[in-house]
Design a protein around this ligand. Structure first.
Ligand SMILES: *[C@@H]1O[C@H](CO)[C@@H](O)[C@H](O)[C@H]1NC(C)=O
Ligand SMILES: *[C@@H]1O[C@H](CO)[C@@H](O)[C@H](O)[C@H]1NC(C)=O
Ligand SMILES: *[C@@H]1O[C@H](CO)[C@@H](O)[C@H](O)[C@H]1NC(C)=O
Ligand SMILES: *[C@@H]1O[C@H](CO)[C@@H](O)[C@H](O)[C@H]1NC(C)=O
Ligand SMILES: *[C@@H]1O[C@H](CO)[C@@H](O)[C@H](O)[C@H]1NC(C)=O
Length: 509
C-alpha cells in the first residue's frame, strides 16, 4: 500500500517535471517571441535623435511597449521621427505618455494613421497633455490618415496651435471625411503666431465648394508664410471652390514656395483663371508645384497658365502637371512657350502626357531644354503624346544640351516609337552630362529584339557613372528568347533595375 503510494508520488513528480519543462519551454519560447518581435521594431538612436522607422510593419501593441521604453530612456532627445502608421496598434497611451517627457524636442514627426485604436478619447487626451509639455517644438509633422473623429482631431489641432515656437507644420489627413463641419477641426491652425511653413495634405477628404470657406479663413488669418503646400488631390472643389480658395491665397501672395495639387477637382477654365490671377501676383516665388491634372481647364486655361508663368521671373524650380482631360495644342503651346521665356531654372518637371501634342510638341520641349540647359533635375512625362521617332530625336537633342544634370527621368511610353527613336533616347542618356539617378521608360512602343539589345548596350556603357538606372520596356515586340538572353546577361548588375516583358505578336501595335 505504502509502496503503491510512493510509486504514485514518483509518478506525479515525474509528471510535475514534465509540466514544468513544458512551462519552461513555453516561457523561453514566449521570451524568444517577444525578442524577435522587438527585433522587427526599428529604433535608431543617434545622440539627440531618435528614429523609429516602422510604417506598415505590423509591430502591434508589443512593439509600442518597446518603443515607449526607448523614449523613457532617451528623454534628452531634440528630434524624434516616429513612423507608426499601418501597424495594427490598438493602444498608444503609453507611447503618448512617454512622448510628454521629451520636453527638449525641437523637431517631431509623428504618424500613427491607419491603426485600429480603441477608446480614442482617452488616448487622444494623453497626446494632448503631452503636446502641452513640448514647449520647445519648432517643427511638427503629424500624420493622422484614416483615423480619429472630428472631435479628436479638433482637440489635437487646438493644442498644437498653442505651441509657442512652432514655425513649420505639416498635417496629413488622407481619407479623413472633412466635409461639412469636419473641416472646422482645422480652424485653430489660423492662430499659430510664428508659423512660416504650412503643409496640408487633404487627399480624398470629401471637400467641395463650401468647405473652401474654412481654408480661405485660415489663409487670411495666418501670419505671412514663406512656404505653403496644399494638396487637395481627389476632392471636388469645382470652379466655385477654386474662386474662394484663391481669395485666401491672395492674402499669402508674399510666399516664396507654393505647391498646390488639384487633381480631379473639376476647376475648369474659370477656376484656372482665378488661381492664375493670384499666382501671377506672387512675384517672389522661387518654387512652384502646380498640379492641375484632369480638371477640364481647356485651351483657355492653358493660356492663363502661360500668361502667369511669364511673370514669375524669380522662379528656380517648376513642376507642372497638366496631363489628361485638359486641353489641345493651343493650351500646350501656351505653357511650353512661356516656360521657354523664364529665367534659367534649376529644376523642371513637366507632366503633360495624354495630350497628342505630336512631333511639334516635342520640338517645343527641345526649345525649352535649350534655354534651360543647366538643370540639376529634369523630369519629363510625355506619356501617350504621339511624338514618334522624329519627336524622340528632338527630346534627345534637348537632353544632350544639358550641362549639370543630377537626376534625369524620362517617360516616353506609348508614343509610336520604333527602334530608331528609342535608340536616340538611349544615346542621349548615355551622353548626358552627368546624371547620377536615371529612369528611362519607353514601354508600349514598337521596339524589336535588336533595338532593345542595342539600347541596353548603349546604356550599359554609362553604368559606371550612374548611382542607379531604371529602364522600363514593357509591351514591346520583344521575343521570349531575347528576353531570356537579356535577363541572363544583366542579372547581376545591382545598379540596373530592368523591367521587361513579352506579349503575343497579335498585341503588337
Ligand atoms: C466629421 O464631420 C462630418 C460632418 O459633420 C461628418 O460627415 C463625418 O462623418 C465626421 N467624421 C467623423 C470621423 O466623425
Ligand atoms: C517681394 O519682395 C520684395 C522685396 O522684399 C517686396 O518689396 C515685395 O512686396 C514682395 N512681393 C510680394 C508680392 O510680397
Ligand atoms: C464641372 O464643372 C462645370 C462648370 O462648373 C459643371 O458644369 C460640370 O457639371 C462639372 N462636372 C462635374 C462632373 O461635376
Ligand atoms: C466664366 O467667367 C466668365 C467671365 O469671367 C463668365 O462670363 C462666365 O459666365 C463664367 N463661366 C462659368 C461657367 O461660370
Ligand atoms: C513566352 O513567355 C511567356 C511567359 O514568360 C509564356 O506565357 C509564353 O507562352 C511564351 N511564349 C512562347 C511563344 O513561348
Amino acid at each position: 500500500m505504502q509502496k503503491e503510494q510512493q510509486q504514485q508520488h514518483k509518478d506525479s513528480t515525474f509528471l510535475g517535471k514534465i509540466v514544468w519543462i513544458l512551462i519552461g519551454i513555453l516561457v523561453a519560447f514566449g521570451i524568444k517571441l517577444y525578442i524577435s518581435e522587438n527585433e522587427n521594431v526599428n529604433c535608431l538612436i543617434n545622440d539627440d535623435e531618435i528614429i523609429m522607422d516602422n510604417n506598415g510593419k505590423f509591430i502591434r501593441d508589443a512593439g509600442i511597449a518597446y518603443l515607449s521604453s526607448q523614449l523613457n530612456q532617451n528623454i534628452q532627445a531634440t528630434k524624434l521621427i516616429a513612423d507608426l502608421s499601418i501597424n495594427q496598434i490598438s493602444d498608444l497611451t503609453s507611447f503618448f505618455e512617454s512622448l510628454g517627457q521629451l520636453t527638449k524636442l525641437k523637431e517631431l514627426k509623428l504618424s500613427f494613421g491607419n491603426n485600429p485604436i480603441i477608446n480614442q478619447e482617452a488616448q487622444i487626451q494623453k497626446l494632448v497633455e503631452s503636446f502641452q509639455k513640448l514647449k520647445e517644438l519648432q517643427n511638427l509633422n503629424l500624420g493622422i490618415d484614416s483615423i480619429l473623429n472630428n472631435q479628436s482631431r479638433m482637440k489635437i489641432i487646438k493644442q498644437i496651435s498653442k505651441i509657442p515656437q512652432l514655425i513649420t507644420l505639416r498635417i496629413s489627413l488622407i481619407n479623413c471625411d472633412l466635409s461639412e463641419d469636419g473641416i472646422k477641426s482645422l480652424e485653430p491652425i489660423k492662430d499659430i503666431k510664428n508659423l512660416r511653413t504650412l503643409e496640408l495634405i487633404l487627399v480624398g477628404s470629401k471637400l467641395k465648394e463650401k468647405e473652401m470657406d474654412q481654408l480661405q479663413l485660415i489663409l487670411q488669418k495666418l501670419p505671412k508664410l514663406d512656404k505653403l503646400n496644399l494638396n487637395l488631390y481627389a476632392n471636388k472643389i469645382q470652379q466655385e471652390g477654386m474662386n474662394i480658395l484663391s481669395n485666401g491665397l491672395l492674402e499669402q501672395r508674399q510666399i516664396r514656395e507654393l505647391g498646390i495639387d488639384l487633381y480631379f477637382n473639376n476647376i475648369t477654365v474659370n477656376g484656372t483663371e482665378s488661381l492664375m490671377n493670384v499666382i501671377g501676383q506672387m512675384n517672389n516665388l522661387t518654387k512652384l508645384n502646380l498640379g492641375l491634372e484632369f480638371n477640364y481647364i481647356k485651351d483657355e486655361g492653358g493660356k492663363y497658365i502661360g500668361d502667369t508663368l511669364i511673370q514669375l521671373q524669380q522662379l528656380k524650380e517648376l513642376s507642372i502637371n497638366v496631363a489628361t482631360k485638359n486641353f489641345g495644342w493651343i493650351g500646350f503651346e501656351a505653357i511650353l512657350t512661356a516656360i521657354e521665356k523664364l529665367q534659367p531654372l534649376d529644376k523642371l518637371e513637366l507632366i503633360i502626357g495624354v495630350n497628342k501634342c505630336g512631333v511639334k510638341g516635342a520640338e517645343l520641349l527641345k526649345n525649352v531644354l535649350f534655354k534651360h540647359n543647366k538643370l540639376k533635375s529634369l523630369k519629363i512625362n510625355y506619356l501617350e503624346n504621339y511624338i514618334g521617332d522624329a519627336g524622340a530625336t528632338f527630346i534627345a537633342e534637348g537632353i544632350q544640351y544639358q550641362k549639370n544634370l543630377e537626376d534625369l527621368y524620362l517617360n516616353i511610353n506609348f508614343n509610336s516609337l520604333s527602334d530608331r527613336g528609342a535608340l536616340e533616347l538611349a544615346r542621349a542618356v548615355k551622353n548626358a552630362k552627368s546624371p547620377k539617378v536615371v529612369q528611362l521608360k519607353v514601354s508600349q512602343n514598337q521596339l524589336t529584339d535588336k533595338g532593345i539589345k542595342d539600347m541596353l548596350y548603349l546604356l550599359e556603357q554609362s553604368l559606371p557613372q550612374f548611382n542607379s538606372l531604371d529602364v522600363e520596356l514593357l509591351n514591346t515586340a520583344l521575343t521570349n528568347a531575347t528576353r531570356d538572353d537579356i535577363q541572363i546577361k544583366y542579372a547581376n548588375i545591382q545598379k540596373l533595375n530592368l523591367k521587361l516583358n513579352t506579349i503575343p505578336p497579335s498585341n503588337w501595335d
